[in-house]
Design a protein around this ligand. Structure first.
Ligand code: BJW
Ligand code: ZN
Length: 262
């Protein structure tokens, strides 16, 4: 996307007038931090294994070591990564609208590291493990011995504290996400293929309530018409440009560019 892309004026007006903006992010939001997305053919996290081999309770029951080591590898990628301009733009957006609900499907913690106050992590977090039997949650664990590590309470295996296919999302978090989709004035869908339910339904709920929905993604099929907008491009370029187009210099952040790292 060019330096000063032409954003639809009615979308910019809606953003400036919005009392509540909801944002849903997916793996594409972290792509520019060097974290692979899931479904991209050559580079995606599932290029070598299918989701069913790695992200289901059955996969963990069948081969806990394979699944644990896949997540350990991803934890290493995340530790080496930094938030990108998309994460920082969304953190800055909190200071520009009266209320922002940031909902993420990502488990990498990069929104919080960029400064977002309270991201709703719908699919859990790589930073936590939990016991598959007694559900004790761990923020730290010993990696010594045969992986996966074991629960210090009951001795059973620890698993990543994430939501796999066929598992329900934490009810309170999903409730907050649905409430935001139903109550927001503008909804931004950033870097998600929109294939995985129930997160995929959130933009539809917003549209049904009459909120404009802007999709930020290099790949947006078809020719959407308002109130659905396609902002085709990389999130790390489109989001900072969108904030500049709507608000210019970000208020309350002093002189200089509105966001770091641009
Ligand atoms: C860029 C970019 C750049 C690239 N800038 N963009 C209703 C109908 C049919 C099925 C179901 C249904 N309800 C439930 C289901 C079953 C299932 C499901 O949805 N299946 C579908 C695949 C058909 N859902 C579930 O099982 C969920 N549980 C549930 O609903 O419980 C109740 C229930 C249970 C059983 C039956 C019925 C109901 C749980 C879903 C959990 C998903 N978990 C995962 C793994 C999390 C842990 C981990 O990270 O390992 O979550 S799967 C994986 O997909 C991960 C992601 O969060 C999620 C979404 O992927 P995302 O983020 O969209 O990534 P990609 O790779 O798909 O897309 C990246 C996008 O970025 C692309 O579009 C690129 O173009 C773009 N991009 N660079 C902007 N720079
Ligand atoms: Zn236990």
């Amino acid at each position: 996307m060019a330096d000063t892309p032409a954003f639809p004026p009615d979308l910019l007006d809606a953003l400036r007038r919005a009392r509540h903006v909801a944002v849903l992010t997916g793996a594409g939001g972290s792509a520019e931090s060097g974290i692979p997305t899931f479904r991209e053919a050559q580079t995606g996290l599932w290029a070598r294994f299918s989701p069913e081999e790695l992200a289901t309770p059955a996969a963990f029951a069948r081969d806990p070591r394979l699944v644990w080591e896949w997540y350990a590898w991803r934890r290493g990628l995340v530790r080496a990564a930094e938030p990108n301009p998309a994460h920082r733009a969304l953190a800055a957006l909190e200071g520009l609208v009266p209320r922002l609900t940031l909902i993420t499907q990502n488990v990498d913690g990069l929104h919080a590291r960029a400064g977002s106050a309270d991201p709703i992590e719908l699919h859990g977090s790589l930073a936590r493990a939990r016991c598959r039997s007694c559900h004790a949650v761990y923020a730290e664990w010993e990696e010594a011995g045969e992986p996966p590590p074991r629960c210090s309470r009951c001795g059973d295996l620890l698993r990543p504290d994430v939501v796999w296919f066929g598992e329900t999302l934490p009810r309170d978090l999903l409730g907050r996400a649905v409430e935001a989709a139903l109550g927001c004035d503008v909804f931004l869908s950033v870097g998600t293929s929109g294939l995985v339910e129930p997160a995929a339904s959130l933009p539809r709920l917003a549209l049904e309530r009459g909120a404009p929905v802007a999709v930020v993604n290099p790949e947006v099929p078809g020719r959407p018409a308002p109130p659905l907008y396609a902002l085709r491009g990389r999130a790390g370029e489109v989001l900072p440009a969108l904030l500049r187009a709507a608000w210019g210099e970000a208020p309350g952040r002093g002189p200089g560019p509105p966001m770091r790292g641009q």
